[in-house]
Design a protein around this ligand. Structure first.
Ligand code: UFG
Length: 332
């Protein structure tokens, strides 16, 4: 019996595959390598290159392999891009998931762990954010992830497909081995961008706004180590395989750090100067996003092991300083 990981060559997908294989699971990966990397595919996983929007491609995997459950990371995930090209997000994220669910039902595979996002909430009404708080996305990316969750809910009602949606806050850090890590192109996330400064790949980090209503005026986020996210997927899978009902969980540490605090911590970890400049606010950025993950702790037994920001940044630094061009040997 195997686990199918869609998007298993991507950042969070590859880290989850490493943890699954560590625990003895048999893993099949499907990825179109649009944003994933062949180098991130675990050598012990069986790999299918292709796109989940192709029903024939997905059917072929279910027919070739004995798939017990699916973990679904295969989606586009850039907030800014989703505002410029919303239909790309509807096509890949929503239409791709529709094809996947049709194929799962046709092959009687009825358990799926799904990579969702805190962007489903939009501007929060309460801090920390609870799973039953209002969902009102402020960008297409979050809207499509919410649509994917809803598609699973109604597929459960009609066909008994059981799903767990994991709403991540700010994923960061890298595998302890230093062999896989974050490698986006273009990179838009705070921690890898900060670390480009001591790597001499950028002159300074721009701080997007210092006039928010927070302790130092910069935005507060809940940074969560990618290995802790990976462990949550394994616990969610176990929960479903043990007969758990469809459910939604937030994944964060419940602790917020400002942009300035993240920069200060990166200076401490690297021991190097990191120049920063105040820039205008970035459109769509809420001032404060902090998760309540009590539900994941109580129901799944999730217990993040790498919550310390210094440890998170140190793991990212280990990856970026040894792979300054990500999975490429040199700048393309
Ligand atoms: N930031 C800067 N300068 C930069 C980049 C980011 O100041 O050069 C700030 C942002 O304004 C924000 C914080 O750093 O306040 C974190 O920004 P990221 O782009 O790293 O992450 P986001 O909080 O915007 O988004 C993340 C995920 C999304 C997800 C969202 C949910 O990347 O996929 O969390 O809250 F939707």
């Amino acid at each position: 019996m195997s686990i199918l990981v869609l998007g298993g060559a991507g950042y969070i997908g590859s880290h989850t595959v490493y943890e699954l294989i560590d625990k003895g699971a048999d893993v099949v990966i499907a990825d179109n390598l649009e944003t994933g990397h062949i180098e991130a595919v675990h050598p012990k996983a069986r790999f299918y290159k292709g796109d989940i929007r192709s029903r024939g491609f997905v059917d072929n995997i279910f027919e070739n392999e004995e798939i017990h459950a699916v973990i679904h990371f295969a989606a586009n995930s850039l907030v800014g891009e989703s505002m410029v090209d919303p239909l790309k997000y509807y096509d890949n994220n929503v239409c791709g998931t529709k094809v996947l669910l049709e194929s799962m039902i046709a092959h009687d595979v009825k358990k799926i762990v799904f990579s969702s996002t805190a962007a489903t909430y939009g501007e929060p009404e309460n801090i920390p954010i609870m799973e039953d708080d209002r969902t009102c996305p402020t960008n297409t990316y979050g809207e499509t992830k919410l649509a994917m969750e809803k598609m699973m809910k109604w597929t459960d009602a009609a066909h008994g497909l059981k799903y767990v949606a994991l709403r991540y806050f700010n994923a960061c850090g890298a595998h302890e081995s230093g062999s896989i890590g974050e490698a986006h192109s273009p990179e838009t996330h705070l921690i890898p961008l900060i670390l480009q400064v001591p790597l001499n790949q950028r002159e300074y980090i721009s701080i997007f706004g210092d006039d928010y209503d927070t302790k130092d005026g910069t935005c507060i986020r809940d940074y969560i180590h990618v290995t802790d996210l990976a462990q949550a997927h394994i616990l969610a899978l176990k929960y479903l395989l043990d007969g758990g009902d469809s459910n939604i969980f937030n994944l964060g540490n419940g602790i917020g750090f400002t942009v300035k605090e993240v920069i200060e911590t990166a200076k401490k970890v690297t021991g190097l100067e990191i120049n920063a400049k105040i820039a205008p606010r970035r459109a769509g950025d809420p001032a404060r996003l902090i998760a309540s993950s009590d539900k994941a702790r109580e129901v799944l037994g999730w217990n993040p092991q790498h919550a310390d920001l210094e440890e998170i940044i140190a793991s990212a630094w280990k990856w970026h300083s040894t792979h300054p061009h990500g999975f490429r040997k040199q700048e393309a």
